[in-house]
Write a protein that binds this ligand. Sequence first.
Ligand code: PLP
Length: 360
Amino acid sequence: MNIPTDKITRWIRPEIRALSAYHVPDPGDCIKLDAMENPYTWPEWLIEAWLETLREVSLNRYPDPGARQLKERLRACMQVPADMEILLGNGSDELIQMIALAVARPGRVVLAPEPSFVMYRMIATLVGMDYVGVPLDGEFQLDMAAMGTAIEAHQPAVIFLAYPNNPTGNLFRADDIEAILKTAPGLVVVDEAYAPFTDASFLARLRHYDNLLVLRTVSKMGLAGLRLGLLIGAPGWLGEIDKTRLPYNINVLTQASGEFALRHVEVLEEQARMIRTDRAALLAALEELPGLEVFPSDANFILFRVPAGRGQELFDALKERRVLIKNLSGAGGVLADCLRVTVGKPEENEAFLRALRAAL
Ligand SMILES: *Cc1c(COP(=O)(O)O)cnc(C)c1O
């Protein structure tokens, strides 16, 4: 059926029509190094034990709306301060949306440095808020003068700071984030999606700043398929944000599997350790290649700049050789000629390096 364009333009909001849908490329039979996934599966004994656990799940019943057991596991595994509350989302993406829904009003602003995680802008638009992106400086650090001016001018309801930042991989200076916490009129959400790959965190600072919330996810630590994120902060804020949550947003399979996986969190922690070691090796190998600028990373991916104007060509050449990474070169600005590779298994990283050497 063909829907007449005028009907669509009459009813679908213009800001939605202007969006392009979040695009996820089909990996085909490529080695998948594009999405910051943990490349490792579980040992056989763990899979068997997990399947046993799933036998007990009652699919005919609604899940525990508060997911209490899962929350307690997360609290212990992530060292959540005892006086802080936890709110769960269907991925941290849903929590970003819940935060935005709780503060949304026409004319209100979501602010984030750029480049950063694309969902901050997308969700601001979805909930009818204005979005202000403040360019990072040449070192991918916060431009504090520009941030100060933008905060003063726009009085943002929420500032999102990814720590480490995606897609650049670096940590912003903690002093800069603290300065923003002190001047921001509204909420400051420190998004720690890559916490398994860095020693830095703002969790311990929650009790020092009454406008700070910390966002975590189990996706990058090896459970991306579960869709489970958590927001950590003072009960006063989280009690309000919780009202935007649809009931039963964390399904029974996610609750049971998440709880099970966190009972064996040492397996995931060991995988994260391997990824951190392999990140150093991959970084060193990339630095050996002629003509590349390689950026240090506290995450499970590495951003690198290829010779001017060759981003698309090299991305395509890698794909031709069955290696899928992320092409950011089209974004321009500080990301001009940049590609991003997720740290995979050693043999996947080798295949990527071989393909890149051949293509260069
Ligand atoms: C991947 C990513 C997320 C999304 O995590 P989900 O829990 O899978 O929704 C959030 N923030 C940043 C910065 C990310 O890179």
